[in-house]
Design a protein around this ligand. Sequence first.
Ligand SMILES: CC(=O)N[C@@H](Cc1ccc2ccccc2c1)C(=O)O
Ligand SMILES: [Mg+2]
Length: 368
Amino acid sequence: MKLERVEIVHVAIPLVTPFRTSFGTMTAKDTFLLRVVTDRAEGWSEFAADPEPLYCSEFVAGAEIVLRDFLLPRVAALPRLTTAALAPAMAGIKGHELAKAALETAVLDAELRSYGMSLAAYLGAVRDRVPAGVSVGIKDSVPQLLDDVERYLAEGYVRIKLKIEPGWDVEPVRAVRERFGDGLPLQVDANTAYTLADAEHLRRLDAFGLLLIEEPLEENNLHAHALLQQRLTTPVCLDESLHHARDTASAIAMDACRVVNVKPARVGGYLEARRVHDVAHAHGVPVWCGGMLETGVGRAPNLALAALPGFTLPGDTSASSRYFAEDLTEPFVLRDGHLPVPTGPGIGVEPRPDVLRRFTRERRDLYP
Ligand SMILES: CC(=O)N[C@@H](Cc1ccc2ccccc2c1)C(=O)O
Ligand SMILES: [Mg+2]
């Protein structure tokens, strides 16, 4: 393929309800899409983070600069544009996995469309639908939390994930366990909010039979997570700490990570996400597909990834209606607690032009 044009489309879509985590409260998904035009086909992708570097160090304005000034010049210089050639071409630029993932995914979408192949087929999907979990934010009160969990269960979600932080952890988890029983698949996500000094307090969560506790400690401290795991029976799952297959292998070897939250954006794209899956699967470590409040543009490829054999736990890819009154793509609708894996060429979806126009803030060329 030949790279002809790359467009950046800044979008802002209100969330149906505010989403509070230990690092902040979101009221809208404010990010950008990339549209890559080649001589054979065009492809779309979505940048996973936010205008502010709260979940990780990357953010919207910074990613646009890195793409325009550093990543695109290297990619445009390739003699032949293939998705496989992108990561090596961009490797000289340190970090910026989310920006690299956005570019690689749009090129992958275009390349697969040019062959008429779905991302699911390309990655090696073994299922045509995946079970849907839901991530529930920190609430103002326990009764409000129980109402929200009840509503999500009634909608069919098969797993509940509760955001926790110091002061909102044991009590809400106990309340959900007592109200919905021991059979409910239940996990928590601290988004790095605790330290090893909290180990004794976190051990209290062992009483509730949780599937996992996600990223309890600061990101990139595998040693601290390994020390914490020695003191908990609840499996530690890493998210913010894992940036590629290599550090996933290290985390597993150190017993710092007994479950992996795989986020293609966090590891630089779907090719590396599959490698993370393969490394974990080879070690008998279950993986699940994390979420970043993506619109349908980011949700569709995550469903293809979640259909790989090692994805044995429900992920955070919820229905479109969990976050948005109107999605940029055709909405993803829960059916019997599952979402369908897209079967069309590439990521299998594209933004609906009229809806995209309504939520577009600005649109400009990044290349040429
Ligand atoms: C579904 C879920 O809990 N996702 C992330 C946290 C998160 C939540 C909201 C976000 C909004 C914009 C950018 C990044 C975001 C990350 C997590 O697993 O830790
Ligand atoms: Mg997480």
